[in-house]
Design a protein around this ligand. Structure first.
Ligand SMILES: Nc1nc2c(ncn2[C@@H]2O[C@H](COP(=O)(O)OP(=O)(O)OP(=O)(O)O)[C@@H](O)[C@H]2O)c(=O)[nH]1
Ligand SMILES: [Mg+2]
Length: 446
């Protein structure tokens, strides 16, 4: 399911590969697929629209990387745009000058606030800190008990309403005093779940925020949240000063579109991800992995990186020019071999060359490659540049130097000669021959 986008784009790219520049219509075609993939990942429609517009603008202004096809370039732009929204690296909790650091936990009913509070406390405790939990959900009868049980499991103290005032602000204020008095490093405040239309609860959240002046106010959001994500984010933004997001239930099969929606609307980093029901199931959020999850682009990006790394197009053009003039030398042959080797099995790469099938001994070239390299390296620069110099005695010297036989050297010189002849005849035509270095990606690659 996650790789549906790369699959679909593959089809488009196969059609595009033969063409040169990507025109507007083709950009549209790619963007349509990206739009569908985002919607399938449950990104809010509003965010999808804004995101696709952003990508279109970037694509229009982008300089095409010389070794990427335009289609690959688009995918790269999409990935960069995703990283822009989601952030590049994980962002940790803000430090404070004066402990305790207060962390206010907010979110919709059932989003995972209480669990996340306890998980966070357990995580901080593991880091050698001394967190205190405050049970400020006084709406749901079992809420305090739930947090107390989780606190016990984590070995973290829980501050709760003992006077029975049923006032969230009072509990939070008392917890803060307790944390200060007892030298706690962090105070994590769990709050009541709310439907975002619940104005009374929203006001209460605002009042708690005012009372404890948090360093962090984290919005807890279920990864399954779909189109509603924008409303949720906007209503919490309107009430409190959000500093980040905790995305929960990422262990389910949600595509994670909520991550993009939340990050886009709040403009705040997603700091943690909940990945299970256990106390240890909280991880720092990694934006790059989420980008792959949303678009199923992991493989695509790997391919693009490969293509970027493998070929130097300027070098390839120079080589093509040499071929046209038929002054291709053993030196060039060696440098071509180095480039081709990066792309995969030589026999496979050669077979994709125009006329490649006719290349002599193409099949066992892979096995021969180290030998061929050794022989070329045993030639003097003069010999490499002017193979005609390689007479009988020079062949014996090259064989000895490369640990091969004279027959081997004879064979390679003959093959090289054949290749040169073939190239000359091909370039004699319309001069349209393409060298391995000029190739983009093998068919089936993308
Ligand atoms: N699989 C999975 N389940 C989670 C995760 N986080 C929370 N849950 C489960 O989701 C349910 C609700 O979690 P709570 O922490 O009680 O949610 P809440 O936001 O405090 O709920 P209210 O206080 O009622 O608003 C519980 O059954 C949790 O075990 C997670 O990351 N993965
Ligand atoms: Mg709760």
């Amino acid at each position: 399911m996650f790789d549906s986008l790369s699959g679909r784009l593959d089809d488009i790219f196969t059609r595009l590969r033969s063409r040169g520049r990507l025109d507007e219509k083709q950009v549209d075609e790619v963007l349509r697929e990206i739009r569908l993939a985002l919607l399938e990942a449950d990104v809010s429609l509003k965010v999808v629209k804004a995101f696709v517009t952003d990508v279109r603008e970037r694509a229009a202004g982008a300089e095409i990387h010389k070794s990427l096809t335009p289609a690959q370039q688009i995918i790269k732009i999409v990935n960069l745009a995703l990283v822009d929204v989601l952030g590049e690296k994980n962002v940790g909790l803000r430090p404070v000058d004066m402990p305790p650091r207060v962390i206010l936990i907010a979110g919709l009913q059932g989003s995972g606030k209480t669990t996340a509070s306890a998980k966070l406390a357990a995580l901080l405790k593991k880091q050698g800190r001394k967190p205190l939990l405050a049970a400020c959900d006084l709406r749901r009868p079992a809420a305090i008990r739930q947090l107390q049980l989780l606190g016990e499991q984590a070995g973290v103290e829980v501050s709760a309403d003992v006077s029975g005032t049923n006032d969230a602000v009072a509990v939070a204020t008392a917890a803060l005093k307790h944390a200060r008095d007892e030298g706690f490093t962090d105070l994590i405040v769990d709050t009541a779940g709310r439907m975002h239309v619940d104005h009374e609860l929203m006001a209460e959240l605002g009042a708690v925020e005012k009372a404890v002046d948090p360093a962090e106010t984290l919005l807890v959001c279920d990864a399954m949240t779909g189109q509603d994500a924008v409303n949720v984010a906007e209503s919490f933004l309107a009430e409190v000063d959000l500093t980040g997001v905790i995305l929960t239930k990422l262990d389910g099969d949600a595509r994670g579109g909520a991550a993009l929606s939340m990050a886009y609307v709040t403009q705040r980093p997603i700091k943690f991800a909940g990945v299970g029901e256990k106390l240890t199931d909280l991880e720092p959020f990694h934006p790059d992995r989420m980008a792959s999850r949303i678009l199923g682009m992991g493989d695509v990006m790997t391919l693009i990186e490969k293509a970027e790394g493998a070929f130097d197009e300027a070098e390839a053009i120079k080589m093509q020019e040499k071929l046209r003039k038929a002054d291709f030398t053993f030196e060039d042959f060696l440098s071509q071999l180095q480039q081709i080797k990066k792309m995969g099995p030589l026999s496979q790469v050669l077979s994709m060359l125009p006329g490649g099938a006719k290349l002599p001994a193409g099949d066992d070239m892979d096995a021969q490659l180290p030998k061929v390299e050794a022989m070329i390296r045993s030639m003097t620069p003069d010999e490499r540049n002017d193979p005609k110099l390689i007479n009988g005695s020079r062949r014996r010297r090259i064989a000895t130097g490369s640990g091969t036989s004279v027959q081997d050297v004879n064979k390679i010189v003959k093959q090289f000669d054949q290749v040169r002849k073939m190239m000359r005849s091909m370039s004699g035509g319309k001069g349209k021959m393409r060298l391995p270095g000029g190739m983009k990606l093998p068919p089936g690659g993308m």
